[in-house]
Ligand binder design. Sequence first.
Ligand SMILES: Cc1cc2nc3c(=O)[nH]c(=O)nc-3n(C[C@H](O)[C@H](O)[C@H](O)COP(=O)(O)OP(=O)(O)OC[C@H]3O[C@@H](n4cnc5c(N)ncnc54)[C@H](O)[C@@H]3O)c2cc1C
Length: 337
Amino acid sequence: MESYEIVIVGAGPAGLKCAEVLAEAGKEVLVLEKNEVIGPKVCAGCLTAKDFTLGISKNIGKSFKEIFVHTPHRTTIMETGETIITTTDRKELGQLMLKQAKRAGAVIKTKIKVSEIKKDSIIANNKEIRFKYLIGADGSSSMVRRSLGLKTKEIDIAIQYIIPKVYKRLELFFDADLFASGFAWILPNKKFTSIGACVDPRYLNAKDLRVNFNKWLKKKKIDVSKARFEAAPINYNYEGYKFKNKYLIGDAAGFASGLTGEGIYFAILSGKEVAEQIINKKYKPKGIEKILRIKSHHEALLKLFEFSKPLSAIEHETLAILLKSKLIDKEVVDIFG
Ligand SMILES: Cc1cc2nc3c(=O)[nH]c(=O)nc-3n(C[C@H](O)[C@H](O)[C@H](O)COP(=O)(O)OP(=O)(O)OC[C@H]3O[C@@H](n4cnc5c(N)ncnc54)[C@H](O)[C@@H]3O)c2cc1C
């Protein structure tokens, strides 16, 4: 039977960062990815300054120093004089992270789907592979998470059209009547634009989101006839990440934000943190504490929607007014970043 000290399921940002850090420390690590090509993923690909503290090159995408924030009553331009958001093509990001993990010495195998998890081994493409540590980096529908008996109760649903045209402005749209606790976006990339919306289905179900989103597209005269439609869940239901010799990272652990749907930073940071813990048993996971702190702030804001829709609408308008004052620019950038 094949045997590796560490087996990672999934070669998304979480799995690849974890593999890179482990391999750099001389650990024997195998990453199994079900897809043939590493990188492509239903995602708008927005990165913020904090992503670039984790080894991602600043040249990876298209940078924006301004965000146009719209509410039903006003439009505010959010600007700090520096790049606020960089949009990236997930294939490009995946290929960059793959190169970094391979260079560090990780073994990465594609077209291998993990189908069963046992105590000290997994079954993948009908073969059994033994491990000392198993890391579930297999995204929002994680089978490693399911194998640990964890349910996923809190998700966002995110939908987007990929339009083969590069829009000029990066824009966010808050409208409690159309998108409830969520928001819609226009996010131009280098070669295409993602136009999408994201919401917690407890406040607006997937069918109604699609209906409202189409209504909004029509009102804005956005032509999606040549666009590709995509949809995927984002798991933000955190129930722990360490389970004896098994770990969960990224979306598999529910580390994404329920408020903004952001997950790339949390995936990369949690991948790094779990790797450091395996390398050094005394390592203090300050990064995991940071993720949980940000998540708890975001989810407290999301909770406002539980109390009332009008309250959320007021929250959106207040946000726009505060942005205009520029007094709290940094804090607001931190919410969205
Ligand atoms: C429409 C949309 C827009 C988004 N926009 C943004 C954004 O702008 N910015 C942001 O930060 N986040 C965004 N997100 C969230 C972001 O995509 C995720 O949080 C992020 O990709 C999580 O990374 P991950 O490595 O945990 O999981 P993933 O990127 O999902 O990677 C998991 C990997 O595991 C593989 N896998 C799954 N099951 C198996 C198996 N059984 N065997 C082998 N391999 C397996 C998958 O093929 C995949 O490659 C968006 C999400 C959606 C749906």
